[in-house]
Design a protein. Structure first.
Length: 354
């Protein structure tokens, strides 16, 4: 399906990221390095591929959000308790560690966001409890536990694990650090999304130095945090403007349906093989950002997402249907000789799973 929505009268935007702050944090991390931007030849076109499978050694771009958000929330707590906001270089001090040891960050996750929150908590000496549904590959629970997090198998869908995480926080008083947002709950996810802006800055730098800008950008969406954060920076900062396509599984078109309805509405559909994109309810911040932006929406079937994975594998890139969905939509558009331009940018958003 396709839809472009540009309302004229809206309240203030809910998501206004500070990409400089996110970049400063990324550069402060000793292992930070921009992920590679590959140039592949496929279907007679040059395809830019931002390869997020190596991000911070965690297997997906989500590492940019959760770690940064833990640092921000912890800094808020330290500031509230001591009256002084810690500098980045103070985050590993014993004073901050003493406070961090009393903090627990909780979230529901389809896998990758939980990995990022768990890593952030471990890095700064806090605790993390991650709720994953029984549909999430078991390798995630193993990797979460290796990072010192408590991994709970909660419900059989992402939405059920979200409900259980919300109840956990009410009962325990821990911090909810979700990547999705809703009315009355926007601050922690806005920090998560702010972290993702680093990727759009890295891309901007690459295109500025080569002078070759993409014609079309394909952004896969679950709750829409990635898509909204990147769209914001593209529209705000990029010198040469591409067409932007938001990509969702046919089984979970929550952003497209919401854009069409002009308000948040839920998708209903079967379980998708794009597990990390299979969110039936969009993030309020993402919806609010995208509805103000010039974007189009496309959905992709499970079969086409798998074809994309197979083709990327032939081109030497291992990923999952979630990671290859953007590439899949570009290939489908190209096959139909529709609007796709000749220099697409896609994001391979995660590594292949065991
Ligand atoms: C690999 C991967 N790609 C894309 C997404 C979609 O990101 P968002 O939920 O911010 O839309 C996710 C979300 O977990 C993911 O893990």
């Amino acid at each position: 399906m396709s839809d472009t929505t540009q309302p004229t009268e809206l309240a203030e935007p809910l998501f206004v990221p500070d990409a400089d702050r996110a970049m400063e944090f990324a550069r402060f991390c000793p292992i930070y390095t921009p992920t590679e931007l590959l140039t592949l030849e496929d279907n007679g076109a040059t395809v830019f591929v931002k390869n997020e499978s190596t991000r911070f050694g965690l297997g997906s771009f989500k590492a940019l959000g959760g770690i940064y958000a833990v640092a921000q929330l912890l800094s808020d707590t330290v500031e509230a308790e001591t009256g002084v906001r810690p500098k980045l270089s103070d985050l590993h001090s014993s004073d901050v560690k003493t406070i961090a040891a009393t903090q627990t960050y909780v979230c529901a996750s389809a896998g990758n966001h939980g990995m990022a929150v768990a890593t952030g908590a471990k890095l700064f000496g806090a605790r993390a409890r991650i709720h994953v549904s029984s549909e999430v590959p078991s390798s995630f629970a193993t990797r979460l536990r290796e990072r010192g997090a408590e991994a709970c198998i909660s419900g059989s869908t992402y939405e059920e694990s979200l409900e259980i995480a919300n109840k956990d926080v009410l009962d325990s008083g821990a911090h909810l650090l979700a990547d999705g947002s809703w009315a009355g709950y926007t601050y922690p996810p806005s920090r998560v999304m702010e972290g993702y802006t680093v990727m759009a800055r890295e891309l901007k730098e690459s295109f500025l130095s080569s002078g070759l800008w993409p014609t079309d950008v394909y952004l896969q969406a679950g709750v829409g945090g990635l898509a909204a954060a990147i769209t914001y920076i593209i529209r705000d900062e990029w010198k040469v403007q591409p067409r932007i396509v938001i990509v969702e599984p046919t089984a979970a078109e929550c952003l497209a349906l919401s854009a069409k309805a002009g308000k948040l509405v839920e998708a209903s559909g079967p379980i998708s093989n794009m597990g990390r994109l299979d969110c039936k309810a969009a993030s309020l911040l993402s919806f609010d950002t995208l509805i103000r932006s010039d974007v189009e929406y496309r959905s992709i079937s499970d079969a086409d997402a798998q074809h994309a994975v197979d083709r990327l594998g032939e081109l030497g890139l291992g990923t999952t249907p979630s990671g290859g969905a953007g590439f899949g939509v570009w290939r489908e558009e190209k096959k139909l000789q529709k609007t796709a331009g000749e220099r697409p940018l896609v994001i391979v958003s995660e590594q292949a799973l065991d």
